[in-house]
Ligand binder design. Structure first.
Ligand SMILES: Nc1ncnc2c1ncn2[C@@H]1O[C@H](COP(=O)(O)OP(=O)(O)O)[C@@H](O)[C@H]1O
Ligand SMILES: [Mg+2]
Length: 629
């Protein structure tokens, strides 16, 4: 933007903002109360920021040290004013912050809004920030003065395509000595936000635990504080009710649900700090955000420092809350936090505490734990890949679908039910539970009553690439390398494939199939996994498991490694290869060999490499069979 900055200038909203505003203005979303929570939260952030900057530059607060947020309804003008004496914004900040959507996850949110029929419910869940004010106001004026600045600017918009930024009028500039004043011209149907009791109710519901006083200004200009403004985490547990915790959770996490778990404790000793952490009961919106950032707020002696100190590992990023340290220096820069040994010690303490809380919940309250695991299990499992030190503990927390029934199983359950002579924990990775349950690779395990864990989260393909074991029992994929069930007796004397006692006929069949298929497979061998199906594909013991290879191939990161085709040597179709070969019907050998490979692809949920050829061969063989019969 060029030209004279001394007069009013019109700016366009970024396309996403315009889209969001359009949704907002026409929204039938009834819970418009959230706008106040958003504006108060911004005001509180602004107060946090000026207090933080003032550690290095105390002059920023000079003459106006008491940070506060003020709400002033004006019934005759039909306006509601929300003012803070926080950090404020410069002209360019007004343009950038109130003209674009900088938040991570916003794109996903917008898409969600458009797709979901009840998408508007997401407004509350996600919190659309400042723009939520357009649900209740048809015109908004924001006057702001950055701390320490000579200039004050006013941003004005009616929520259409754009906004205006101009120097603040002398009167506005006088009113805003530091910080930000937001004047909402309320819509007809939003006049209830002029009622003091209504405002007080909303503050108590959503913003009671904001650390700065929130004051309601009456007609006579008198101020009355309406929030508790207490650091709840500093109180003793016995003084805090469940309702208090829920409210604190909602205001800290900007959430609407109930916390599934609450951890509130104090550490004293070499380091002293208070902790208030929550596990939500529904996944927060930014959970799938690729940045994988946590949001634990770090305070030092009640002063907010940052929510970017990564106080918990990424795989616990769904945990929300506050850590308030008594010992860290206030002037520790955000960058230095990363390497500070005291912070590292806090971090270690927190992970341990969260994991042991999860463990004890799993032991005491299986129902709550099952909900937590179904919401956040896929995230926690990232730790199996990343956190070597705590892998055993994380495996203990994990719950899996399994062939043993419909309720999720722990590895403890699994190990307790091992069959005699069973020394391994078997699993199969795939993308759908139904398909896995029908997978032929389960056949021999099933015939011996061996339980198999069925893993269907995308992350499962990754953590299983690392050697994993639980209570001394290695985890073993049924679609990779060799399996050896021979020590475990079958449930009944069923016909089953035995890899060991191969006959000369068997050898001839395997060679013929390999010769036909050539480079399409790395090897053709006799299977000990199959009892009913004719064939299956597996990965070599050194290669990637099949599901991982599939996932990576979809992103063009496949290794191109060829699978191994395993044949059930007892299966009639496989025997047919031998017969055809003996009788010199080499065309038939080729057709059956290809069919065995294509079937194996299909049973893994893949298309045959050449679907047209597959259909042709199948038709041919069916016709032959019918005509012969
Ligand atoms: N009262 C305020 N004082 C200073 N800056 C503000 C204020 N309100 C909003 N902002 C700025 O506008 C940005 C956008 O606010 P918002 O839409 O609520 O998103 P978020 O708070 O998640 O960043 C904030 O990050 C902040 O930089
Ligand atoms: Mg905000």
């Amino acid at each position: 933007m060029t030209g004279d900055t001394g007069s009013a200038q019109t700016h366009q909203f970024q396309a996403e903002v315009a889209e969001l505003l359009n949704l907002m203005v026409h929204s039938v979303y009834s819970e418009t109360d959230v706008f106040l929570r958003e504006l108060i939260s911004n005001a509180s952030d602004a107060c946090d920021k000026v207090r933080y900057e003032a550690i290095a530059r105390p002059e920023l607060l000079a003459g106006d040290e008491r940070l506060a947020i003020r709400l002033k309804p004006d019934s005759s003008a039909k306006t509601l004013t929300i003012a803070d004496n926080g950090i404020g914004m410069e002209r360019q900040e007004l343009i950038d912050n109130l003209g674009t959507l900088a938040r991570s996850g916003t794109k996903a949110f917008l898409n969600g809004l458009k797709e979901a029929r009840d998408g508007l419910g997401l407004i509350g869940q996600f919190g659309v920030g400042f723009y939520a004010a357009f649900m209740v106001a048809d015109r908004i004026e924001v006057t702001s003065r950055r701390a320490g600045s000579e200039e004050a600017w006013t941003w004005t918009s009616t929520g259409g395509a754009g906004f205006e930024v101009a120097p603040a009028s002398p009167e506005q500039a006088r009113r805003v000595a530091r910080g930000t004043e937001i004047v909402l011209h309320l819509k007809e149907d939003a006049s209830r936000y002029l009622q003091p009791y209504e405002l007080e109710r909303i503050v108590r519901t959503y913003s009671d635990h904001i650390l700065f006083p929130i004051e309601l200004i009456d007609d006579k200009g008198e101020a009355r504080q309406v929030n508790a403004a207490s650091a709840l985490w500093q109180r003793s547990k016995s003084d805090v009710t469940a309702e208090d915790y829920t409210q604190a959770y909602r205001s800290i996490a900007m959430a609407f649900d109930e916390p599934a778990l609450t951890l509130h404790y104090k550490v004293e000793g070499r380091q002293s700090y208070a902790v208030l952490l929550f596990v939500p009961s529904t996944p927060p919106f930014d959970l799938a955000d690729p940045a994988r950032k946590g949001r634990i707020k770090l305070y030092v002696r009640r002063v907010f420092i940052t929510d970017d100190a990564e106080l918990l590992p990424s795989y616990l990023r769904f945990v929300r809350g506050v850590v308030d340290s008594e010992d860290l220096p206030l002037n520790l820069s955000r960058e230095m936090l990363q390497n500070n040994p005291q912070v590292r010690q806090i971090r270690n303490g927190l992970v341990g505490k969260v994991l042991s809380e999860l463990e004890s919940t799993a032991a005491k309250d299986a129902e709550t734990y099952a909900k937590i695991w179904s919401a956040f299990g896929p995230v926690v499992k990232e730790g199996l890949y990343e956190d070597h030190e705590r892998r055993a503990q994380l495996l203990g927390l994990a719950r899996f679908a399994s062939t043993a029934g419909d309720t999720p199983r722990s590895l403890k359950d699994y190990v307790a039910d091992l069959k005699p002579n069973q020394t391994e924990i078997y699993y199969l990775v795939g993308d759908s539970l139904e398909r896995l349950r029908g997978n032929p690779k389960l056949e021999a395990a099933r015939a011996r009553g061996l339980e198999v864990l069925l893993l269907t989260d995308p992350i499962d393909a990754f953590w299983t690439t690392l050697p994993q074991e639980f209570e001394g029992k290695p985890l073993k994929s049924l679609s990779q390398g060799d399996v050896d069930f021979s020590l475990v007796p079958p449930l009944e004397k069923a016909e089953e494939a035995a890899a060991d006692d191969k006959t000369a006929d068997d050898e001839a069949i395997l060679t013929a199939v390999k010769d036909t298929l050539g480079e399409a497979v790395a090897e053709v061998r006799a299977s000990s996994r199959l009892t009913e199906s004719a064939s299956c594909l597996v990965a070599s013991a050194q290669g990637r498991d099949r599901e991982l290879e599939r996932l990576l191939a979809r992103q063009n990161r496949g290794s191109g490694a060829r699978p191994i085709l395993e044949l059930n040597m007892k299966h009639a179709l496989v025997r047919l290869v031998g017969e055809a070969q003996k009788n010199g019907r080499s065309g038939e050998v080729g057709d059956i060999a290809h069919l065995l490979l294509d079937e194996a692809h299909i049973l893994d949920g893949e298309l045959p490499p050449d679907p047209a050829a597959f259909a042709r061969r199948l038709n041919l063989l069916v016709l032959k069979g019918v005509q012969a019969g």
